[in-house]
Design a binder for this molecule. Structure first.
Ligand code: 3HC
Length: 284
């Protein structure tokens, strides 16, 4: 299958990162969100990212214009009528996702693949909202999408081999390393990473170490590029909690119980880098 045009749904941290990577890999990109102000903010961020690459001598100003010119914004699914692939990176809410997949199914051409960047939700359940369950698949990127090399490729119950092959090819063209994972909450990385972050928050709550001590210990003692609490801030504490809650519900096992402090942080609106405060402060 020849994929040329990709719609990225959701212009948050992951959506804009994926849009940037797709444009850099030669794809035409349509970045869709519900409000023009979100699109404008995302495009400004992407442009800034390209400018940094120009300033570092990793990209010419002409290349920047060309690559950035491949990304168009939209607030309407009507514009999906000529896309070959949709990468959905909206809120982690199954009811919302099902509504969106139903609409995408109506607006996208018959051949289009619908891929979800979900962190932990069921691909099969999203696929069931469409009449093309063979063309619905998980395509899970990691934050920051511009840097992290992995893409998990997750089939739902009805996903065809052709769809898996097409997504694997797109991931490779994006210079990523695709790894297949079976459909199970959190797939591979989050299944292992999120309980570890949750444990770090429990350790913090128990006073085993300070924020800095826990992060320094895990960086220097376990070779992590950043400590688990800084990582939670970067990924979004709300995202970490959402994944932890899916595990707790789906596995019905108390070992996945989300840390109380994680819930308190979300209730307080301290979601990490994106709100200026998480375990650390990011006020300018
Ligand atoms: N956006 C774009 N580019 C970024 C970036 C960002 N947010 N953060 C860093 N970069 C780029 C820098 O510009 C730099 O590029 P260059 O090599 O072209 O100059 C390069 O990455 C390295 O950055 P730095 O030198 O500033 O910093 P580090 O070497 O410390 O790397 C890091 C930063 C890549 C974020 C590293 O700390 C890291 O790998 N952290 C762990 C990230 C991780 O575990 N992500 C997975 C989270 S789980 C997830 O996303 C799943 C979800 O479902 C929850």
């Amino acid at each position: 299958m020849n994929i040329k045009k990709i719609a990225v749904l959701g212009s948050g941290t992951m959506g804009s990162g994926i849009a940037q990577v797709a444009a850099q890999s030669g794809y035409e990109v349509l970045l869709i969100d519900v409000d023009q102000k979100f699109i404008d903010r995302a495009l400004a961020g992407i442009s800034k990212g390209f400018q940094k690459a120009v300033d570092k001598g990793k990209m010419t100003a002409e290349d920047k214009e060309q690559v950035f010119g491949r990304i168009k914004g939209s607030i309407s699914y009507e514009d999906c009528k000529d896309v070959d692939l949709v990468i959905e990176a909206i809120l982690e809410n199954m009811d919302l996702k099902k509504q969106v997949y139903k609409q995408l199914d109506e607006k996208c051409p018959d051949h289009a693949i619908l891929a979800s960047n979900t962190s932990s939700l069921s691909i099969t359940e999203m696929a069931a909202a469409t009449k093309r369950s063979d063309k619905v698949v998980g395509m899970h990127f990691f934050n920051p999408a511009q840097v992290m090399k992995l893409v998990e490729v997750i089939p739902g119950l009805d996903t065809s081999e052709e769809t898996i092959a097409a997504i694997t090819e797109v991931a490779k063209k994006m210079n990523k390393v695709p790894v297949n994972a079976k459909e199970s909450p959190g797939f591979i990385v989050n299944r292992i990473l999120v309980p570890m972050i949750n444990e770090a928050v429990i350790a913090l709550g128990e006073g085993i170490g300070t924020i800095e001590e826990i992060d320094t210990a895990m960086k220097l003692g376990a070779g992590m590029p950043m400590g688990p609490l800084a990582l939670a801030d970067m990924v979004g504490i709300d995202i970490v909690l959402a994944v932890a809650e899916v595990f707790y519900k789906e596995f019905a096992d108390s070992k996945y119980r989300p840390a109380l402090l994680l819930k308190q942080m979300v209730r307080a609106g301290h979601l990490g880098v994106k709100t200026g405060r998480g375990f650390y402060s990011y006020q300018k």
